[in-house]
Ligand binder design. Structure first.
Ligand code: GAL
Length: 353
């Protein structure tokens, strides 16, 4: 009787411990994955692919979305640390607001991987897995340059800019990458930004939010383009491109401009087919998820962690060793091959978007 009671107590303690640590199955390693929001298609996909790949590799996964709220993300990450996660994978909402959690993780020797968004101003960021962010912007800028034949026609052409969230370190990489290509044409007078808004802080979009991008675009169209043509609208990603497309549809009557984007969200691919967006950048979340699983395996097995950039991503405390995956420029000419034939989407996914 007494023996049974002790056994029961031990069992209960073990169950409670398992619940606390998440280490079910005799030492299954738990991975904490903190994603910014479910509002944007891509993060749902990133989260789902990683969960699938980590579970297939034998890990337990704690996947959390933070509703684009930095304080929610902070407490979710702290819970992951307290509940026994052995490694953290974080796509930060605000690049500098996770410091206290990262310090706690470091004390517990929990490695941190910044996932597609660099975490700034903290030395406890061990690795960064991402796409070549500067190249994303460069590909967008080159697309505009080539679509408008800037090297072989005299113009001038009118262009407007819509960039990403100022709290996301990537946003400046995208904008600067595009500007590196386009600024010489602006300086030469071949490209004219009629609103005059060409600096990052004037063209940034809080939270990469479609409605925010739309209302700024409506203002610009209403104020500057009543009787002028817009030849190109450089948008840093798809959620902002969708806002600009909505504004153009509502207020603009001239010839449709070249509109760039990034992520190949289903809605934006559909917009490409319907002529409301011209291009997007494909970042294959399957590749990034697989790379992240490889990184985690290498870290936890004490193997050399494969990286391919050890100079670009300085987070103000250190240069974070990075693995850069390749972004691909997509438009009507190759979306079928890149997105459908590769099995990323079905045609029905696009049709029903
Ligand atoms: C960035 C990311 C982009 C885009 C954006 C909006 O950090 O690199 O691909 O999706 O966030 O969430």
């Amino acid at each position: 009787m007494f023996g049974k009671k002790i056994l029961g107590t031990i069992l209960c303690a073990a169950i409670a411990f398992t619940a606390l640590t998440g280490c079910a199955g005799g030492g299954t390693k738990k991975v904490g994955i903190s994603m910014p929001t479910q509002d944007l298609q891509r993060w749902n996909q990133d989260g789902a692919y990683m969960k699938e790949k980590f579970e297939a590799a034998g890990y337990e996964v704690d996947l959390q979305y933070a509703g684009n709220k930095a304080d929610t993300q902070l407490s979710q990450v702290e819970n992951m640390i307290n509940s026994g996660c052995k490694v953290l994978i974080i796509a930060a909402i605000e690049s500098s607001s996770l410091g206290t959690a990262l310090d706690k993780a470091a004390k517990k020797k929990i490695p941190v991987i910044a996932y597609d968004r660099l975490i700034m101003d903290n030395e406890n960021v061990d690795y960064y897995a991402t796409f070549d962010n500067g190249l994303v912007g460069k590909l967008q800028g080159e697309y505009v340059r080539d679509a408008l034949n800037l090297d072989s026609t005299s113009g001038p052409y009118n262009i407007e800019f819509t960039a990403g969230d100022p709290g996301d370190n990537n946003a400046t990489f995208f904008f600067n990458g595009a500007m590196e290509v386009l600024k010489p044409y602006i300086d030469a007078g071949k490209l004219v930004c009629v609103s005059g808004q060409t600096d990052f802080s004037s063209v940034a979009t809080a939270e990469w939010n479609t409605a925010n991008a739309q209302s700024r675009a409506e203002n610009i169209i209403g104020t500057y383009y009543a009787d002028k043509q817009i030849d190109a609208w450089l948008c840093s990603n798809d959620s902002t491109a969708q806002g600009v497309a909505n504004a153009l549809e509502k207020l603009y009557t001239g010839a449709y401009p070249v509109v760039t984007g990034q992520d190949c969200d289903k809605v934006s691919v559909k917009n490409m087919i319907n002529g409301k967006q011209t291009m997007s950048i494909f970042k294959d979340t399957r590749t990034l998820a697989a790379r992240t699983v490889t990184m985690v395996n290498q870290i936890l097995n004490n193997e050399t962690v494969e990286v391919n950039d050890t100079s670009t991503y300085n987070n103000n405390k250190k240069v974070v060793p990075t693995f850069l995956c390749d972004p691909v420029s997509v438009d009507l000419s190759n979306y079928q091959k890149v997105l459908i034939d590769s099995g990323y989407y079905t045609q029905a996914d696009i049709d029903n978007a």
